[in-house]
Ligand binder design. Structure first.
Ligand code: HEC
Ligand code: HEC
Ligand code: HEC
Ligand code: HEC
Length: 192
């Protein structure tokens, strides 16, 4: 059969007209807070003032000197390019759309929305199209995470074995999810 006829048969099967309620799900990538802020203004305004947003600053020399000394880190060293720190102090380090370095990706410095909610390129399409009419399963399949119910989300950083500030060094580093979730000043208040 000539190629042109094959296309005639196959094209309707792959054309989006075949499922207008179906949102195609590709591998999710990071879009940065600027890809969320226009729709979630309140959470964005809170987050900007929060400790997570500023977590990249902690890698600079002269910041939190006593905590660094306690963990045997050099307080005069610049850790802002350090492999050993960036996966927990930036957004999507070494992943598609994520942090590369401050010069190239300044908006991925610090712990952004997507470190708690998952890389957003795909699930935000669902938010846009369906508003509240989507399930957690559907959003989850598109990469969305739920830190309040999935204990693994915060634990990729808090209490992880690669964290230099060990719970054994200071009680304040012990992570109890229910307690930390109450500290909405550290991320954002809940608006619904
Ligand atoms: C085009 C607008 C739009 C964009 C862009 C957008 N969202 Fe949403 N989002 C919504 C709407 C509408 C809802 C449903 C109403 C609500 O919860 O505020 C929602 C819901 C949510 C929820 C609650 C989901 C649930 O299952 O209860 C979270 C968390 C969220 N968005 C995070 C994000 C993050 C993080 C980004 C950026 C990666 C983002 N959104 C981008 C419009 C958007
Ligand atoms: C596995 C994730 C992870 C890695 C890797 C990591 N951190 Fe952190 N860091 C955290 C978390 C989580 C906290 C917040 C702990 C808390 O307050 O409970 C934190 C807090 C800090 C603080 C503030 C401590 C205080 O008490 O004020 C400093 C400073 C810091 N980190 C520096 C670094 C440096 C420098 C590196 C690299 C050598 C690094 N971190 C690597 C997760 C990590
Ligand atoms: C990508 C790594 C990362 C993830 C994921 C993460 N955090 Fe954090 N968190 C940090 C870092 C780094 C700090 C330290 C900020 C500082 O000391 O200034 C921090 C600080 C905090 C603080 C403030 C502690 C204080 O002393 O005031 C709270 C509360 C907190 N996180 C709760 C959470 C919760 C709840 C989750 C999951 C929903 C979460 N974090 C997910 C990295 C992370
Ligand atoms: C430290 C983790 C953390 C960060 C950072 C964070 N959030 Fe959340 N957010 C949560 C948790 C936990 C919930 C409760 C629902 C869940 O488990 O996902 C939530 C809920 C939400 C909701 C549902 C409505 C509401 O107000 O509770 C929206 C929308 C949202 N976040 C948007 C954002 C946006 C936009 C950013 C960045 C500007 C952001 N979040 C940054 C942890 C975080």
């Amino acid at each position: 059969m000539p190629v042109i006829l094959w296309l005639f048969f196959i094209f309707p099967l792959i054309s989006p007209a075949y499922g207008d309620t179906l949102i195609s799900v590709e591998a999710p990538s990071y879009v940065g807070y600027e890809g969320c802020a226009m729709c979630h203004r309140d959470q964005y305004a809170d987050w900007q003032k929060s400790k997570h947003a500023k977590a990249f600053e902690l890698l600079k020399p002269g910041i939190r000197v006593s905590a660094k000394k306690k963990a045997n880190l050099d307080p005069d060293k610049d850790y802002t390019g350090s492999l050993k720190c960036l996966k927990c102090h930036s957004t999507g380090y070494r992943e598609s759309g994520g942090f590369v370095n401050v010069g190239e990706t300044p908006t991925r410095a610090g712990v952004g929305c997507e470190m708690c909610h998952g890389p957003g390129s795909e699930y935000r399409k669902i938010h846009k199209q369906k508003h509240t009419g989507f399930s957690h399963e559907e959003a989850g399949a598109a990469g969305q995470l739920y830190g309040s119910t999935d204990t693994g989300v915060c634990a990729r950083c808090h209490g992880h074995e690669d964290m230099p500030l060990k719970p054994e060094m200071d009680e304040k580093y012990v992570f109890v999810l229910e307690d930390r979730l109450k500290n909405t000043r550290a991320y954002h208040q809940h608006y619904r």
